[in-house]
Design a protein. Structure first.
Length: 60
């Protein structure tokens, strides 16, 4: 598990995406540490995308 922090730059963003992908390759059990990690990472990634890719999101 990585230390979770708000995403401040593109490098962290890419790292979190890679971690989500890695975790999703496994058979995650509900209520496990890994499923909680995916949920938190997804929230952080969405928040970053909402702030940095606003124009794209507005068009969708």
């Amino acid at each position: 598990m990585i230390t979770l922090k708000p995403i401040k730059n593109e490098e962290q963003y890419e790292s979190y995406l890679e971690r989500i992908y890695f975790l999703m390759q496994n058979d995650l059990k509900a209520e496990s540490k890994e499923s909680d990690e995916v949920e938190i990472l997804t929230i952080l990634v969405k928040n970053y995308e909402d702030r940095h890719f606003k124009l794209i999101n507005d068009l969708m």
